[in-house]
Design a protein around this ligand. Structure first.
Ligand SMILES: *Cc1c(COP(=O)(O)O)cnc(C)c1O
Length: 423
């Protein structure tokens, strides 16, 4: 039996309809922006393995640092104990984060980073005996697949089976061009309730919602309104963090900084699972008390796993090397030149870009966005060309590791153009 057949017997894959699912591609090796399958075929990882990979696969420096850590201290509990990688990573994240952030809470992934943020915000109020249980969130958002994450995310086909179990959230319009006024007035209405605990958002770009982008000006205004009404603001930077949008955090584009920030995905350079939630001092202060009931009773077995923290530290080292930001600028320029070239293509509704993310919304007759049949057609076309591009319905996007070469970018663009031409 080959590996794919063995896989079919024992594995349940994520986001995959099991009936008639095509056999998965057997990846045996990664190097830079490439994967190689068991037949020796090479693929360009044009979506950074679901937006996590930053410096390329099997980066020698990351590999060395992780190996050193594994030989020193692989893991320890983090309640009552501490270690160098955990402390150093918090110090270095805080240097890069907006200056109002002052504490780091570790978890395992993006969904748990969001759960921590929501619980931190709810208990911030309950510790002061204030009843605030409503959350404001954008329509069409994505904040992970746990119950809290699903509750604040879009109500769509993915969480329909659980819809009765999700907590109430006030969803407001995303301030895309033309919807700014709707969004602002919906926010004003939402803020009239005096039991709103927090406002959570993906800053400047909604990832899973289809790489939908909106302006920092409006977000600044929304945060200002929340501040005026004592509503905690939570930036979910799980996708946007670590320079995806051109600045280290999308929050760096804002004048009004969020109170809580969620990180994961690119945090370890895409090598190990790790989540982190940072907060302002005033949030933390509400938990300091002689009353034990005011403790934040939350933690995961692998909280602050030293090996994962060492991967994140090594990734931060690479960010201190100017080559990384030169690469980011290079990708931004190439994306932009291609955007200018292709933007009036007859098969496109729109092309949009922020930083190293470029997205192409393709014309289609189907109404459904997520279950659009175009998705399979797109994946197959690009896999044949040795490019990994998993679209979001009728939206193709390129979100590469920063080490991708100009030649590979040009190859991806020309394949996209070819695909658009045959539609
Ligand atoms: C991916 C993502 C999450 C969930 O992260 P996981 O590591 O997949 O649990 C949460 N928020 C945003 C904005 C994301 O893009």
């Amino acid at each position: 039996m080959n590996l794919q057949e063995r896989d079919k017997i024992v594995i349940w894959h994520p986001f995959t309809q099991l009936k008639n699912a095509p056999l998965p591609i057997f990846i045996v090796r990664g190097e830079g922006s490439y994967f190689f399958d068991d037949q020796g075929k090479r693929y360009i990882d044009a979506i950074a393995s679901w937006w996590v990979n930053i410096h390329g696969h099997c980066h020698p420096y990351l590999t060395r640092k992780i190996t050193e850590q594994l030989q020193t201290l692989e893991h320890t509990l983090f309640s009552g104990f501490t270690h160098e990688p955990g402390v150093q990573l918090a110090e270095r994240l805080l240097k890069r984060l907006p200056s109002n952030q002052s504490k780091i809470f570790y978890s395992d992934d993006g969904s748990t980073a969001v759960e921590v943020a929501l619980k931190m915000a709810f208990q911030f109020w309950s510790n002061q005996s204030i009843t605030k249980t409503k959350i404001i969130a954008f329509e069409n958002g994505y904040h992970g697949d746990t119950f809290g994450g699903m509750s604040v995310g879009a109500r769509n086909v993915f969480n329909l089976p659980f819809s009765k179990l999700l907590f109430d959230v006030i969803h407001i319009s995303l301030p895309i061009i033309g919807k700014e006024q709707n969004c602002l007035s919906e926010m004003q209405n939402a803020l009239q309730y005096d039991d709103v605990a927090a406002f959570i958002f993906e800053p400047l770009v909604q990832g899973a919602g289809g790489m939908v982008m909106y302006s920092e000006k409006i977000l600044d205004e929304l945060i200002k309104q929340c501040n005026a009404k004592n509503v905690i603001t939570i930036a979910d930077e799980v996708m946007t963090g670590f320079a995806r949008t051109g600045k280290f955090f999308a929050s760096d584009y804002l004048e009004n900084k969020p109170d809580i920030i969620c990180m994961s995905k690119g945090l370890t350079g895409g090598v190990m699972p790790l989540g982190a939630t940072s907060c302002s001092q005033f949030i933390y202060d509400a938990y300091i008390s002689d009353d034990k009931m005011k403790t934040f009773f939350h933690g995961h077995s692998y909280t602050a796993n030293p090996t994962a923290c060492s991967a994140a530290l090594a990734s931060m080292d690479l960010f201190d090397n100017k080559v990384t930001f030169e690469n980011i600028d290079r990708i931004i320029k190439h994306h932009n030149a291609f955007l200018q070239k292709i933007k009036f293509h007859k098969s496109l509704i729109e092309v949009r870009q922020i930083g190293t993310i470029i997205a192409f919304e393709i014309k289609t007759n189907e109404q459904t966005h997520y279950l659009n049949s175009m998705a399979e057609q797109v994946s197959d076309f690009f896999i044949k060309k040795g490019i990994i591009l998993r679209p979001l319905g009728n939206i193709i996007y390129v979100l590469p590791p920063y080490c991708i070469s100009n030649e590979d970018l040009r190859y991806i663009y020309s394949a996209i153009e070819e695909f658009l031409n045959i539609l």
